[in-house]
Design a protein around this ligand. Structure first.
Ligand code: ADP
Length: 182
């Protein structure tokens, strides 16, 4: 993957925080990790933070997943996010403090492509169906638009490697503009 603007330097006084969200399988981790390495920012995967710190309040039998201790996540990340310079990856967006993020990207994937990615991941039929439905109903996009001010939330297609490269370029451009304007 080619990092556009690899000579990119951030304003040292303050760095922005970026949230990459979307339905599981839309490509958040792949994009966020690549982006963080391109622009030398910190990659924060909320799922991994929760696992490492056992930040769960229970288990959701219906959705077959752990229930995130959202307050615990906020407490543990508050100082890091206050410093700026973070690329955060999570499949939900509305429990984070709004002030944490300067820009939010919601990845979107066509149903058949998403279905195939989740099947490859080994999800069972019900879990695949729940996630594909979530994408069809654009639940995460709507949740995110409701939680952040106009102009903060941007929808990005995430179907192909070309999409990934365009998304990397677009976010890197935004970061450069942010640095130039600060
Ligand atoms: P998420 O973090 O949203 O659950 P991942 O980053 O784990 O999603 O990506 C799910 C799968 O889709 C991975 O196999 C990844 O390589 C693939 N993938 C992600 N984004 C793209 C893309 N833009 N084009 C093609 N494949 C992609």
């Amino acid at each position: 993957m080619f990092c556009a603007g690899s000579t990119f330097k951030m304003n040292q006084r303050k760095l922005p925080n970026v949230l990459i969200t979307g339905t599981p399988g839309t490509g958040k981790s792949t994009l966020a990790e690549e982006l963080a390495s391109c622009v030398n920012m910190k990659y924060i995967n909320i799922g991994e933070i929760a696992k490492e710190n056992e930040l769960y309040t229970g288990y959701d039998e219906e959705l077959e997943c752990q229930i995130l201790d959202e307050d615990g996540v906020i407490d543990i990340l508050e100082d890091t996010l206050s410093e700026g310079g973070n690329i955060v990856d999570y499949h939900s967006s509305d429990f984070f403090p709004e002030r944490w993020f300067d820009i939010v990207f919601v990845l979107r994937t066509d149903n058949t492509i998403l279905y195939n990615r989740l099947e490859k991941r080994g999800y069972n039929a019900k879990k695949i169906q729940n996630n594909v439905q979530c994408e069809i109903f654009q639940s995460i996009l709507d949740e995110t638009k409701a939680a952040y001010k106009d102009g903060i939330v941007h929808e990005l297609p995430s179907n192909t490697p070309d999409d990934m490269q365009n998304n990397l370029d677009q976010i890197t451009d935004w970061l450069q503009q942010w640095a130039a304007n600060t």
